[in-house]
Write a protein that binds this ligand. Sequence first.
Ligand SMILES: [Mn+2]
Length: 306
Amino acid sequence: MSVYVFGHKSPDTDSVAAAIAFAALNKAKGEDYVPVMQGKPNPETEMVLKHFGLPTPEEMTDATDKKLALVDHSDLAQAPDNLSKGELVAIVDHHKVGDVTTNSPILYCAMPVGCSCTVLKSMYDQAGVKPEAKVAGVMLAAILSDTVNFKSPTCTEADKKAVAELKAIAGVTDTDALFMEMLKAKSAVEGVPAMDLLHRDYKDFDMNGKKVGVGQLELATLDQVANMRDALYDAMKQQKGSERHSVLLMLTDVVKEGTDLMVLSDDPALIEKAFNAKLSGNSMWIDGMMSRKKQTIPNLQKAFGC
Ligand SMILES: [Mn+2]
């Protein structure tokens, strides 16, 4: 009887890579393990699987009458449906302990590191098994994704060491370039209508009785929208209409760590004052501005006298 390895619902790259890696480790020991995923791969995961030449795991969401393992979670809310009607045999994770319980002893392997695939790397080491190059590739991509290329506060020395060892096995020479490719896949804008991009992550705010809309697009590089600026500005005009005082669009460069802020306002000078910057054309670069919630909105509130 196969053991199905499930990542969490709304699969991310780690939950898929960890399912593949855990299944492959057990297969190397002669056991029948199959990676599955609870839903479709996101654009980043799709790119990573294609890059390393691995098939997309089968979709599966129900545990009834199945032998199964969980990776990258131990919360019921993220686990497959009818978990209690299946037989859970293992959990590999890097989160706080969740609310999944079992009647029998299981393999439970969790470590306080940045990624489930870092836990799996140490399981491979312990078993004396070297992952196949393709599997090592998706494991290292998962670590880059979960640790935001080592920048996340959750990143540990163990994650860095795992990447150093996995890149040699996978034949990856430049992990920064791989991370950039992943970011581009995640932030893909090509072929998406400008109005959809404006609304990808958009909110209206009340600023002292004035309605201000702020959208944000996270990008690997501003070049991604170089040919779309006019179309984006037209979408902002349409969005603003007569009811809004301002519509702003944050074009956030995740690599350079700053935002080119596109501005359409009844009072552009007020927006300039809010960010202590000067518009050139219809946008201005604001170094270090990454967060709408923590940076953009508080500055606007101050300028609007909220
Ligand atoms: Mn994870």
